[in-house]
Design a protein around this ligand. Structure first.
Ligand code: ASP
Ligand code: MG
Length: 422
């Protein structure tokens, strides 16, 4: 007998028929003798619908008061899901009980719409499990010190599930979704993309932060910190497939680095269309200049990604960085109004039509020439690289958005990712 956490995404919970299917699958696991905690998302589209209603009435801008109410509203999507799933389980003849985040409770800080989990009180859940019940807990939500309802940011049910698995020392956390695992890249762009049987936790962390939308990045961070065995698998297989086969399907996010040693140097290609580039031309090249530029940007709570500073000519240099596209207008306004004049920049330029394409692989640590192979593949397609950034296990390039798919295909081919590494 094991303690297993299942997480079901919005598509898997998308209709009462699908919820019935989820219930049958969970019932199969419970009947096999496992203690089951299930964390569903809201039915697909529901969170957007709820937040859309709120936006119709919301004043412009954002404030903690407004965000508090957005969390109050958005959290109801998951509340409906857990109730429906518990009923469906009972209809299958399985004892089940549902809880919202505050009933558990799952304690968070008070940063509404992006709260962080602080602790999970699991005694109530444990008592139910001991009594033979399946426990269904609402994803995406928690409660702060003052009993205000909070949410964990979009896609946050992944993090709820992993955090619960970590707190309860579950044997495994299975994330059921509408894809059957983690692929070398998005199969919609490269049809030959291959499903990975395992991916290391560090690679998954890079993939999630570089734009692969399979898991909320915080859930991967949690899994890493608490070493929660995590598996991404499809909820669209027949619910009655053999449980042992199901338990080995999908992609395992593993902590066993050695297992990976003989594998491919590059494991996957990630891409991200959500960034924009800004440049300050002709700023004086002197100590403190980067801080003068990026200090105010950080103060405005704008996240910065890739940064590049050119060698100077005649004491002047160009300074570029990327921000999330949602922050582009705000960043440009800030540079044009204050930072540009303060740093005596000759000109402020912006380009929202860029994208970032990255190769990821822990094998890059021990192999040379990986980046140059990447640059050759891009140059053979005539793609100009605007910025480069690297870490031990990834190399990212910023390129014109219109070449994104071409670049992803070229890199997938260059690194032969369609082939099984043996
Ligand atoms: N329902 C929430 C969202 O749509 C949380 C989740 O699905 O993970 O973002
Ligand atoms: Mg999701």
């Amino acid at each position: 007998m094991a303690l297993i956490v299942h997480k079901y995404g919005g598509t898997s919970m998308g209709s009462t028929d699908r919820i019935r299917n989820v219930a049958k699958r969970v019932a199969k696991w419970a009947r096999a003798g496992h203690q089951m905690v299930v964390v569903p998302s809201a039915m697909s589209g529901e969170t957007n619908r709820l937040l859309g209603l709120a936006k119709e009435l919301a004043p412009a801008g954002s404030s903690p008061e407004l965000n508090r109410e957005l969390d109050m509203i958005a959290s109801t999507g998951e509340q409906v899901s857990v109730g429906l799933l518990a009923i469906a389980l009972q209809a299958e003849g399985v004892e089940a009980v549902s809880y919202t985040g505050w009933q558990v409770p799952l304690n968070t800080d008070s940063s509404y719409t992006k709260a962080r989990i602080e602790s999970i009180e699991d005694s109530r859940v444990r008592a139910d499990l001991a009594a033979g019940k399946v426990v269904v807990i609402a994803g995406f939500q928690g409660v702060d010190d003052e009993m205000n309802i909070t949410t964990l940011g979009r896609g946050g049910s992944d993090t709820s599930a992993v955090a619960i698995a970590a707190a309860m020392k579950a044997d495994e956390c299975l994330i059921y979704t509408d894809v059957d695992g983690v692929y070398t890249t998005d199969p919609r762009i490269v049809p030959e993309a291959r499903r990975l049987h395992t991916i290391s936790f560090e690679e998954m962390l890079e993939m999630a932060s570089l734009g692969s939308k399979i898991l909320q990045i915080r859930s991967v961070e949690f899994a890493g910190k608490y070493r929660v065995p995590l598996r991404v698998l499809s909820s669209f297989t027949p619910w009655d497939i053999d449980i042992n086969e199901e338990a080995k399907s999908g992609t395992l996010i593993s902590f066993e680095e050695d297992e990976k040693m003989e594998q491919a140097v590059v494991s996957g290609i990630a891409f991200n269309r959500d960034e924009a580039k800004v440049t300050l031309l002709g700023v004086p090249d002197k100590p403190g200049i980067a801080f003068q530029i990026l200090g105010p940007v950080a103060e405005a709570n704008i996240d910065i990604d890739v940064i590049i500073q050119n060698v100077s000519q005649d004491g002047k240099t160009d300074f570029s960085f990327t921000v999330h596209r949602n922050d582009y207008a705000r960043t440009m306004a800030l540079l044009e109004s204050t930072v540009g004049p303060a740093t005596q920049a000759a000109k402020v330029q912006g380009d929202p039509k860029i994208c970032k394409v990255s190769i990821v692989g822990i094998g890059m640590r021990s192999h040379v020439g990986v980046a140059s192979k990447m640059f050759r593949a891009l140059s053979e397609e005539g793609i100009n690289i605007q910025m480069i950034s690297t870490s031990e296990i990834k190399t990212s390039v910023v390129i014109d958005e219109k070449y994104m798919e071409l670049a992803v295909r070229a890199l997938h081919k260059a690194f032969e990712l369609e082939k099984n590494p043996e």
